[in-house]
Every structure is written in structure tokens, then in C-alpha cells.
Design a protein around this ligand. Structure first.
Ligand code: ATP
Ligand code: MG
Length: 424
């Protein structure tokens, strides 16, 4: 049988099936829908299972002990089974008037809690491939938006006119790009040209929501492809304006791509990853430039690095938020870069005890790969970490190794009387 006309039932989450049965036993309609069906048709493992129902959030909440209602703009119910969360969404309907109080001036939906029928729910979904429903009892696929055909031709197509659908919710542009990268599908041509001309609407989206999307784009195992798709569709600059601007004079593009490639490789090997490392790369050259600017402005000050980090991070937060648990490590990675060149006495062993040393060392290697000249500093650290005590000692003594240059004292002038005298 053609894989695109059948769902491999054993791949469906048992918990999702339980939620559907229970909703149906109580007289509600319930279907699997969205990414899980799309991925099952593509014979990929779904990331999560989403359910659509005509039960209202409160009704769903009452049926499941381990459930809670989340979201404001868009209320949904999370039903928890250990580590698995099943998302249950009530059918949405169209808004009566797109210029009502539920929409911003640019047509963005501010409140999407108007419930609707099954048919209405189909047409408020973003892309045709995400609007395929599956009813597990009858094993029936319901595809009113012709998503299967688009999956077959590997096309991402909005349901309805792309301009209007992207205006309603500009995050759909980032979703399109994410699916383009993840599935290696193409964007339907109207969708692509709309994204290229409407990128600026991303500025209207709350930074916290954008941060969530950035995580999905960069930390799902296909970050490099997502970055390429963002660049290709003129979207990157609307999320990271300073980073985009710094590409003109710096190796930002190389550094970001290297950080994402390394992240993708780590995810493939099931190693831990953090957005702090990626953000450190995204904003490294804006940070370096800002630090330089402050140093030139105020003379060399110890505080320049801290102030530069604050400036660059708070500016970025106007676009995508960066929670403290990530901005902290990000600063550590940056500040350690200026400590890595000092390799005399106790310094190397001390810096190695820093909990962010490993990330900072990895970051140094990426800077070098991106073309920064550091006089083989990375190589030195690679060897030092593996070296015997004896070798370590020799390495520390071999060159000046970042020792502050002894200031040559100027011969002390005896008395300044002559200077003064000349004034009189
Ligand atoms: P993933 O594989 O990342 O989970 P997904 O398509 O399932 O992809 P979700 O964020 O889990 O993405 O959303 C589930 C479904 O909800 C989508 O498939 C789509 O039908 C609908 N949806 C999600 N976000 C939007 C949106 N911004 N606008 C319209 N429909 C959306
Ligand atoms: Mg999903």
C-alpha cells in the first residue's frame, strides 16, 4: 500500500489513543491531527501527538485528572502521562470580523478562542499538510484541504491566501521555514514571496513567543538548514537585527553556521545542547564591536565587557526574549574568551575549573574556524587539557603566554619645577 494513504497504527501513541477513546465515550468528536499525522504519513516519528475535539477546554479538563488548561491567546489542554504530554485543542472557527477587537491593526489575531465546527477547524490551520485528520476507531483519514497531495509533491502551502494567513499570525512564516528545513520540502511560490515581503510583521509578535520558535528552529536537529532557509527568505534580520547587520563586516555568518552545525551533530549523537551557545555565536561580533566602541569612548575600562554584554543582550530582548538561565551562561562564554589567552602561573588550571570552561573552549575553536586570528590559542588549550603535569609546566613557560607585559618605567623626572617655571 502507498505509505501516503495509510497510517502505521502501532506508531500511534497509546496515550493519545486513550484520550481519543475517553472523549468519544463521553459523546465528543476527537481526531488526531497536525504534525503527528503528517509525520506518520511520511513514515517519520512524530514529535508529539495533537488532538482536535469539539469538547471545550473546561470539558476536556474535567475528563482528565492530569490535565491543565494553558495559553491565553489560544487556550488548549495539556493531558500529562508521565513524560508525555498530549495536546488537546478545541475546534476553532473563523472570526466574524478581522478588524474587530480580536485583531491588531496589521490584521494579527490577538484572541483566537472562537470555537467552531470540524470543517471550520480544518481551514484555520496553517498549512495543508498540517490539516489532515485521523480517526483511529474507524481508521479513517479525513483530508479536506488536500494535504496528502502536497505532502506527495513535497510542497508547503498555506490554507487560503498566504498574505492574509501570514498577517493573521506572522509566526506562520517561521513555521513554514522550520518545516522547509525539517522535511526538506519547498515553499509554494506565493507563500515564499509573501514571506519575503512580510518579514517585518515578525516585529509585532511578543518576544517570548519568538524565543520559543527560535528554540524550535535552532535546537531540533536541523538548525543549519533552518538558518539557511531564514537567510534565503530574508527572515533572519527580523529576529536578530544586530547579528544580521554585523554580517557585513564580520564573520558572523560563518560563526553562526559553525555553532549550528556543531549543535546539529550533538543532537544527532544525543548529546546535551543549549541555546546559550548558539546565542553566544549569534551576538558575538555585535558584542565585540560594542565593547570596542565603549573602550574607545571611555578609555579602557574593566567594565566595558559587562556594559557591552548588557547593551547587546537587552537590545536583542526587544526581539526575542532570552531567559536569565541562558543569558548568564552566554555572558560566561563571552567573558571567558578574554581570559583564555592568559596562560601563566595558576591561571590555566583555574580557568579550567570554571563550569563554562568547556563551552568557552569549544567557542574559541569555532572563532578560529570562522577565521579569527588567535595565534594557535585553541591548539594550545587542546594540548594543555591532555598534558602531563611536566608538560603543562613546560607549556606555561614556553612563551609569554598572555603575561601582562611589564611596563617599562619611564625614568622618573626629578622635579616638575621646570614645567611650572615655564608657565610663569
Ligand atoms: P511539530 O512536528 O513541530 O510538532 P506541528 O505541525 O505538529 O509540528 P504544533 O505546534 O505541534 O506543530 O501544532 C499542531 C498543529 O496545530 C499544526 O499541525 C497545525 O495544524 C496547527 N497549528 C499550530 N500552530 C498554528 C498556527 N500558528 N496557525 C495555524 N495553525 C497552527
Ligand atoms: Mg505537533
Amino acid at each position: 500500500m502507498n505509505s501516503l494513504s495509510s497510517i502505521e497504527e502501532s506508531a500511534i501513541s497509546i496515550n493519545a489513543s486513550k484520550v481519543i477513546s475517553r472523549l468519544q465515550d463521553h459523546g465528543f468528536q476527537a481526531y488526531l491531527v497536525g504534525g503527528c499525522i503528517r509525520d506518520l504519513l511520511l513514515r517519520k516519528t512524530p514529535k508529539d501527538f495533537d488532538i482536535a475535539t469539539d469538547a471545550h477546554p473546561e470539558e476536556v479538563r474535567e475528563l482528565f485528572r492530569n490535565s491543565r488548561i494553558i495559553g491565553k491567546r489560544f487556550r488548549i489542554v495539556h493531558v500529562r502521562f508521565g513524560r508525555e504530554i498530549i495536546e488537546v485543542t478545541t475546534f476553532r472557527g473563523p472570526h466574524a470580523d478581522e478588524y474587530d477587537e480580536n485583531h491588531s491593526d496589521s490584521g494579527m489575531t490577538l484572541n483566537d478562542n472562537v470555537y467552531g465546527t470540524f470543517e471550520e477547524d480544518v481551514f484555520r490551520r496553517d498549512f495543508t499538510m498540517n490539516a489532515i485528520y485521523y480517526e483511529p476507531q474507524e481508521k479513517e483519514i479525513i483530508d479536506l484541504a488536500d494535504g496528502t497531495a502536497d505532502i506527495e509533491s513535497q510542497i508547503i502551502r498555506t490554507i487560503g491566501d498566504p498574505t492574509g494567513r501570514l498577517r493573521e499570525d506572522p509566526v506562520r512564516m517561521l513555521r513554514a521555514i522550520r518545516f522547509q528545513a525539517k522535511l526538506e520540502f519547498g515553499l509554494e511560490s506565493d507563500l515564499q514571496s509573501s514571506i519575503r515581503s512580510l518579514g517585518y510583521l515578525i516585529q509585532d509578535v511578543p518576544p517570548a513567543r519568538l524565543f520559543e520558535e527560535v528554540l524550535k528552529l535552532f535546537l531540533s536537529g536541523y538548525g543549519t538548514a533552518a538558518f539557511d532557509a531564514m537567510m534565503e527568505n530574508d527572515i533572519y534580520g527580523w529576529l536578530f537585527p544586530d547579528s544580521k547587520r554585523s554580517m557585513e563586516n564580520n564573520a558572523t555568518e560563518e560563526l553562526v553556521r559553525l555553532a549550528l552545525t556543531s549543535t546539529d551533530q550533538r543532537i544527532a549523537k544525543k548529546m546535551p545542547v543549549t541555546p546559550a551557545f548558539i546565542y553566544a555565536a549569534v551576538l558575538w561580533y555585535p558584542f565585540v564591536d560594542e565593547k570596542q566602541r565603549l573602550e574607545q569612548e571611555d578609555g579602557i575600562t574593566y567594565a566595558a565587557a559587562h556594559e557591552a554584554a548588557n547593551n547587546v543582550i537587552s537590545k536583542q530582548q526587544l526581539f526575542t526574549s532570552i531567559p536569565k538561565r541562558f543569558s548568564g551562561p552566554m555572558r560566561d562564554i563571552w567573558f571567558l574568551q578574554s581570559r583564555l589567552p592568559s596562560r601563566f602561573g595558576q591561571k590555566p588550571d583555574r580557568i579550567m575549573e570554571h563550569k563554562r570552561f568547556r563551552a568557552a573552549y569549544d567557542f574559541l575553536l569555532l572563532r578560529e574556524q570562522a577565521g579569527e586570528k588567535t595565534e594557535q590559542l585553541g591548539e594550545w588549550w587542546t594540548e594543555y587539557q591532555e598534558a602531563t603535569e611536566e608538560r603543562k609546566l613546560a607549556m606555561k613557560q614556553s612563551t609569554s603566554n598572555g603575561r601582562p607585559r611589564k611596563r617599562k618605567r619611564k625614568p622618573r623626572r626629578k622635579a616638575s619645577t621646570s614645567d611650572h617655571a615655564s608657565l610663569h
